[in-house]
Design a protein around this ligand. Structure first.
Ligand code: SAH
Ligand code: SF4
Length: 443
């Protein structure tokens, strides 16, 4: 490799969809003779893929974009591209452009198929901006698998039209549209050929896959076909909207070979009044019934969730009902957020916004409860054996390896390099709230 090889560095914020988009953009750069680097300082192209789901993410990103100015001053040939949800948000682009004249490429969530063209214009010295207001037909970039990557995200659908009152996603990712199963299966086959062993099927609400597009097959049917593909050892999916979680899906998972028994089932809030105001379209009773059904059919299933505190109008009693749900449902992990008003969403203009100090206190209480429950859950796993897919050296201790159980729990253990990419059995020996530690099983 010569020293003048161009390098691309992707910096991604937000959800798995966003991470997958950053991969797509990176793949376009790789096709155009760039090689990957994790270090922005040595890059010739930096792609910042943005998120706007909460204000905290936006502030972080604005800070990062500001910092990159220095690198651009040091290396004027550096190209900086800013992409994704934040750019797509109505009214935000103009403000960002004013603040950051050092950015070369601005591109929204519907324009990834044009990224190669944008990159070429930029290499010719032009500043470019392409932000289409909505998805046009055929906006798919043929995805490129990173060779040898063990685990990959695969989009099965784009957009969302559930319009939960707090959420900006439908405004920046467009209407819900599913990809036909042939395209998905072909993409996965290519991934497997390149060394992939685990896929995570992504959608804002995978449980409504194919329904609006009238495909004649649903998410469970798709899962069964993915399960039958040769070479894959694990299949995951997210996110499951509780309102559309069918018995058929539970049965499909119970009977699957490689389908991991992990449901990420965002509850958001425990009070029916708040759930209604959020436009979630289920009640706490319905949610509990779904959980009961899952655990009845798949006793080893793992449940994780997302929770929001401080939605407009949330009283202390409402919040107590969220805590109550956390005590009732055996979540192994919960992602907890303070409600963040997003301009243009229904909740942003609701009266009774909850003060920040109240939100902070509630968040702290909720996290303490869930952390204690997560730890107790992990302690229960002590002494038991689990099959894990070995991913590689542990980040915290490179002398050890790390892998995940079917339930998506991380296990750190001592092993040998030849185990990477394989399924092995480990016995859990100790645990903290986030990680399990184990040793190789004797058989
Ligand atoms: N489609 C997924 C969620 C996508 S956003 C679903 O329906 O579950 C990921 C999470 O961010 C949400 O589940 C929610 O808990 C949180 N979130 C979204 N908008 C938010 C906001 N305005 N303030 C705080 N948290 C928010
Ligand atoms: Fe947002 Fe609701 Fe759609 Fe999830 S289902 S992306 S929370 S609007």
């Amino acid at each position: 490799m010569t020293s003048n090889t161009k390098k691309v560095c992707a910096i991604s914020y937000g959800c798995q969809m966003s991470a997958r988009d950053a991969e797509t953009l990176t793949a376009v750069a790789l096709q155009n003779d760039y090689v990957r680097t994790n270090l922005p300082e040595e890059a010739d192209l930096i792609i910042v893929n943005t998120c706007c789901v909460r204000e905290s993410a936006e502030n972080k990103i604005i800070g990062k974009i500001g910092q990159l100015k220095k690198l651009k001053e040091q290396k004027p040939s550096l190209i900086i591209a800013v992409a994704g949800c934040m750019v797509q948000q109505p009214g935000i682009l103009e403000k960002l452009q004013k603040k950051a004249p050092h950015i070369d490429i601005w591109t929204g969530t519907f324009d990834y198929s044009k990224f190669e063209q944008l990159l070429k214009s930029s290499l010719n010295g032009q500043k470019v901006c392409m932000v289409s207001p909505e998805a046009y037909e055929c906006n798919e970039v043929v995805p490129l698998a990173e060779k040898g990557k063990l685990s990959a995200f695969v989009n099965i659908m784009y957009g969302c039209e559930n319009y939960c009152a707090y959420c900006i996603v439908p405004y920046v990712r467009g209407r819900e549209r599913s990809r036909p199963k042939e395209v998905i299966l072909e993409e996965i086959k290519q991934l497997v050929q390149a060394g992939c062993r685990e896929v995570t099927l992504l959608g804002q609400n995978v449980n409504s896959y194919g329904l609006k597009d009238g495909f004649g097959y649903d998410f469970s049917d798709l899962l069964q076909e993915v399960d039958n593909l040769q070479g894959l050892v694990r299949v995951r999916f997210m996110t499951s909207h509780p309102k559309d979680l069918s018995d058929k899906l539970i049965t499909t998972l119970a009977q699957g070979k490689h389908l991991c028994e992990h449901f990420h089932l965002p509850l958001q809030a425990g009070s029916n009044r708040i759930l209604e105001a959020m436009n979630r379209k289920y009640t706490r009773e319905y949610y509990l019934e779904r959980v009961e059904r899952i655990l009845q059919d798949i006793p080893q299933a793992r449940l994780t969730t997302d929770l929001i505190v401080g939605f407009p109008g949330e009283t202390e009693e409402d919040f107590e009902l969220t805590l109550d749900m956390v005590r009732r449902v055996p979540y192994t992990q919960a992602f907890t957020f303070m409600y963040s008003p997003r301009s243009g969403t229904a909740a942003a203009t609701m009266s009774d916004q909850v003060p920040l100090d109240v939100k902070k206190l509630r968040l702290q209480k909720l996290m303490e409860l869930q952390n204690a429950r997560s730890l107790a859950w992990r302690k229960n796993m002590l002494g038991q054996e689990y099959e894990i897919l070995v991913e590689g050296p542990s980040k915290s201790d490179p002398e050890q390896l790390t892998g995940r159980t079917r339930g998506n729990e991380i296990v750190v253990f001592k092993g040998t390099d030849d185990m990477v990419g394989k399924l092995i059995t480990v016995k859990i020996t100790s645990a903290n709230s986030w990680t399990l530690f184990g040793e190789l099983s004797s058989q």
